[in-house]
Design a protein around this ligand. Structure first.
Ligand code: COA
Length: 200
């Protein structure tokens, strides 16, 4: 259940370290041993595809417990056009605060901001159990492929959501993940050394 003492606001430089610590806590050992997500956040902030207007933190009772950031991306259409879309993530809710509706609250609010900025659609690889609650559907069923995935075998966790109705009508093509999500693992491990060692 969403609690009333929450605030969503833009990230400021004063939040950077807290956001990276939060991201590390949320992602640690979830998708791989340790995680890269905090280094992705750290590296993305000054890249041209990063969208400062959609770099948001969630506070609960004055404590920073959530964060999401958005990145410009593109769909290369089968008939030779390039369509601007966005993706987002890392999206983090502190482990102590998960399954209270706060991830959905932050995601839905950030999407409303993105819609107001004129963003047409969002593509993401993620858990349909969570993103389905916010209106995402399998992108493969909508004629989209994920760059590098074998044709006709789009993974069920490649998802899309239109923010402007009809934005992807008649569009088939390939989604390209922004390059900033592919970080050097050794650099990430080096970066991780500035954080408190984790034992689990
Ligand atoms: C994914 C994440 C952001 C979700 O935030 P959250 O606050 O825990 O999720 P919510 O409470 O808002 O969930 C809303 C609904 O989504 C679904 N859902 C959320 N997490 C789920 C899970 N792990 N498994 C199945 N369904 C899930 C449920 O239907 C849930 O409603 P319910 O709790 O009433 O059943 C959070 O768990 C997190 O930070 N995880 C680690 C990092 C990560 O994986 N980030 C996303 C990838 S970028």
């Amino acid at each position: 259940m969403v609690q009333s003492n929450t605030l969503i606001r833009p990230e400021t430089p004063a939040d950077y370290q807290a956001v990276e610590r939060l991201t590390r806590e949320a992602f640690w050992n979830v998708y791989r041993p340790g995680c890269l997500a905090h280094y992705i956040v750290h590296s993305f902030r000054h890249q041209p595809d990063f969208v400062p207007e959609l770099d948001l933190v969630l506070e609960k009772a004055g404590k920073l417990i959530g964060h999401v950031m958005y990145v410009r991306a593109r769909i290369q259409t089968d008939d030779g056009w390039e369509i601007p879309v966005m993706t987002f993530g890392p999206l983090s809710i502190h482990p102590d605060c998960q399954r209270q509706g706060l991830g959905k609250l932050l995601l839905d609010y950030s999407m409303s901001r993105a819609r107001a900025l004129g963003v047409g659609a969002l593509c993401i690889k993620g858990d349909p159990a969570f993103y389905g609650e916010s209106g995402f559907a399998a992108a493969g069923d909508k004629g989209l492929r994920y760059d590098g995935e074998p044709e006709g075998q789009e993974p069920p966790y490649f998802l899309v959501k239109e923010l402007q109705k009809g934005f992807l009508d008649g569009v088939t093509g390939t989604y390209h993940m922004p390059k900033g999500y592919q970080v050097d693992e050794r650099e990430a491990e080096e970066f991780d050394k500035i954080f408190c060692p984790k034992t689990n």
